[in-house]
Write a protein that binds this ligand. Structure first.
Ligand code: ADP
Length: 198
């Protein structure tokens, strides 16, 4: 298709880094929120602390967010460092039950949770694009207290973000902000072995 960026071009627009997502200088950061959007632990807690109490006041007016979807807000105190938006997306909890997961996986090759996690990334990118964001950062959604297997989550994140970047010019750059070097190594290994699963 003319004008459609190649997979290699899309890969050039991806960055894998280790650190605290609230320290980045990007147009938008994604938050691995819960359905209440009223804050929690992990990256959600860090983002609420860094954005300040206005974020909680604002989110109280949003009426929550279903799993797999996303809502965008101002970045409040994080605007001082150039972050314009926070995209709150609610990842799935893994697994609902092991038996249920296996049955679904055998039948379809993927689970309900896989689809919901993919949707977190694609919905977040849609919202970022609507706001003209050039640079967007994601944490490893659902891989903390929601216990999504890290390598499975990395395949979903990379696969769907790469697919999205091939179809759109925005965002120009997507940063996967891992919280440890081990987590970043999972992303790098997943990207390097993409020919086995993409
Ligand atoms: P979830 O409930 O979606 O699993 P968590 O916040 O528990 O969300 O974990 C998601 C990921 O975010 C984990 O990999 C965790 O290590 C990571 N994380 C925690 N704090 C930060 C932070 N400040 N910046 C980036 N990633 C973070």
């Amino acid at each position: 298709m003319p004008g459609m960026p190649s997979l290699d071009e899309a890969i050039q627009r991806i960055e894998i880094t280790t650190g605290d997502i609230t320290q980045l200088r990007v147009d938008a950061i994604a938050n691995a929120a819960n359905e209440s959007l009223l804050g929690g632990g992990g990256v959600d807690g860090a983002i609420h602390r860094a954005a300040g109490p206005q974020l909680l006041e604002h989110n109280k007016t949003l009426g929550g967010c279903p799993t797999g979807l996303a809502k965008i807000t101002p970045a409040f105190d994080l605007e001082q460092q150039g972050i314009r938006h926070i995209i709150h997306t609610v990842g799935p909890v893994w697994p609902t039950t092991e038996a249920g997961r296996q049955a679904e996986s055998e039948k379809l090759g993927y689970t309900r949770e896989d689809v919901l996690l993919a949707s977190c990334y694609t919905r977040s990118l849609e919202l970022a694009r609507e706001q003209g964001c050039e640079h967007v950062a994601f944490p490893a959604i659902s891989t903390g207290v929601y216990h999504f297997p890290k390598d499975r989550a990395a395949k979903i994140a990379l696969g769907h973000v790469l697919g999205d970047l091939q179809q759109h010019d925005l965002p120009a750059r997507v940063i996967f902000c891992c919280f440890s070097d081990d987590d970043a190594a999972v992303y790098r290994e997943t990207l390097n072995t993409r020919h086995q699963w993409m």
